[in-house]
Write a protein that binds this ligand. Structure first.
Ligand SMILES: NC(=O)c1ccc[n+]([C@@H]2O[C@H](COP(=O)([O-])OP(=O)(O)OC[C@H]3O[C@@H](n4cnc5c(N)ncnc54)[C@H](O)[C@@H]3O)[C@@H](O)[C@H]2O)c1
Length: 440
């Protein structure tokens, strides 16, 4: 099949890699000329395990090309995916300007029948708006061309995006007609071999499914963080509680880790956008508001633990930070809890010695020109001479550190474990003062 993907970010590139891998011919388009030039030169602008190899191999095989021309993308496609960003607007609602700009461009370029598939996360009703924009442009051109707009939200997780795309739990498709459904079934058939994963529904339900999934996951995290704060106050250990509740199959172990809050480009904005959609339809989503408020507070928790230890006297201290990305295996730092910790430390007069396997460069750009922020290539170098070490992102390389050497090289042996990955006994046995989330 001939497929075009407009927007070559995390979702666009992973989709482009996955769809070309199974034999489709794919055009990845973006308005960012540097991004496309880099991709053509074999440079992938984001870190995602396995992505670079897959993109480059399929591009070598001639099944995947990169372009800045929307004209080429529209002209060559039977199916065109919209995978541009939908960042939060000032009021928290999803900014649809990129999606609608693409719709307009499609309407200006389209010459033959086309299935337009909205993969970006968009509020209910957006596919209708996309359809209206295309029709308006066609009307202006005095043309009648058959096109359909379908919804196909993406559920990949950054850090495991390739395997999520190649072996999805489910493929949600919102369609209004049988031809569109048949085309999408054909397109996704290679991913559907093991058992039926394609769930067809109406467009509005498909659009809402994406928000419902992220809202559910964010709620689990915030509830667990709420419980960790209760545990801290009543002298219970949230990790024992986690084991106790996770073993109930109705609850399960996934997504109930207490920590420094969720970040990333999806949960924060999607919870806010859903809250906003509800409000626009006359409903106050109280639970979603609480999920967001608990998360915002939780992001301050590591700093709070630090500040409590140093009795509010943080001026002149050196704080080592392990992990900057919002979660392991990605270089994405959007809304990462590390940013809140770093800002708070700098504001309190402390300096930061940071390490991250992939996100150092992106974080350096955020804090460029600010004195007291330095990124190190080695985690032990970052910790050397520090008055405290805070773990914010649980990258695998941090799981079994040499605590003895940390204690010897740090100026003060104080550790805040923002993800509860270490054993309090083990760390304390090494003579280190240890704080975790919701643990005595
Ligand atoms: N990142 C994720 O983990 C993830 C997962 C599921 C869904 N989503 C959703 O998918 C969408 C895309 O997210 P992302 O993380 O890939 O975003 P991103 O910011 O990484 O990439 C978006 C790309 O779109 C390009 N773009 C913007 N306007 C354009 C236009 N008019 N024409 C062509 N290209 C244009 C940008 O230059 C950018 O490269 C969002 O709605 C997001 O919520 C993201």
């Amino acid at each position: 099949m001939r497929i075009s993907i407009v927007g070559s970010g995390y979702v666009g590139l992973v989709s482009g890699a996955g769809l070309s891998e199974v034999g489709h011919h794919v055009v990845c388009m973006d308005i960012d000329a540097k991004r496309i030039a880099d991709l053509r030169n074999g440079k992938v602008p984001i870190f995602e395990p396995g992505l670079e190899e897959m993109l480059m191999e399929n591009s070598r095989q001639g099944r995947l090309i990169f372009t800045t021309s929307i004209n080429d993308a529209v002209e060559q496609a039977q199916v065109l995916f919209i995978a541009v960003g939908t960042p939060p607007d000032e009021d928290g609602s999803a900014d649809l300007s990129h999606v609608l700009a693409v719709a307009e461009a499609i309407g200006q370029q389209i010459e033959k029948p086309l299935l337009v598939v909205v993969k970006s996360t968009v509020p209910v009703g957006t596919c209708e708006k996309v359809s209206e924009r295309i029709s308006k442009e066609l009307e202006r051109r005095g043309l009648e061309i058959d096109f359909t707009v379908a919804s196909n939200p993406e559920f990949l997780k950054e850090g495991a995006a390739i395997s999520d795309f190649m072996k999805p739990d489910r493929i949600i498709v919102g369609v209004e007609n049988e031809e569109a459904e048949a085309l999408l079934r054909e397109l996704y058939a290679p991913f559907n071999r093991n058992h039926e994963k394609l769930l067809c529904m109406d467009v509005r339900s498909s659009e809402l499914t994406k928000y419902a999934a992220n809202a559910m996951l964010a709620t689990k995290i915030s509830l667990m963080n709420e419980l960790s704060n209760v545990a801290e106050r009543v002298g219970a250990d949230i990790e024992q509680v986690r084991n106790g509740i996770g073993s109930d199959p109705r609850i399960g172990f996934s997504f109930i880790y207490p920590g420094a809050g969720y970040g990333g480009s999806c949960f924060p904005k999607d919870v806010r956008a859903l809250e906003n959609t509800a409000r626009q339809h006359g409903y106050e989503a109280e639970l979603l508001k609480a999920v967001e408020a608990v998360n915002n507070r939780q992001k301050h928790k590591p700093f709070e633990l630090l500040s409590r230890h140093f009795k509010g006297q943080m001026g002149g201290l050196k704080v080592a930070v392990w992990g900057l990305s919002f979660k392991p295996n990605t270089d994405d730092i959007r809304e990462a809890p590390s940013l809140i910790l770093i800002e708070s430390c700098l504001e309190a007069g402390a300096s930061i010695r940071a390490h991250d396997p992939e996100a150092g460069e992106k974080a350096s750009r955020v804090f460029e020109g600010q004195a007291g922020f330095e990124v190190f290539a080695d985690p032990y170098e970052a910790a050397a001479g520090a008055d405290a070490l805070v773990l914010i992102t649980e990258w695998k390389l941090y799981w079994a550190p040499d605590f003895r050497s940390l204690r010897e090289s740090m100026n003060q042996a104080v550790i805040v474990d923002g993800r509860n990955i270490w054993s309090p006994e083990v760390v304390r046995r090494r003579g280190i003062t240890y704080y975790a989330i919701g643990r005595p």
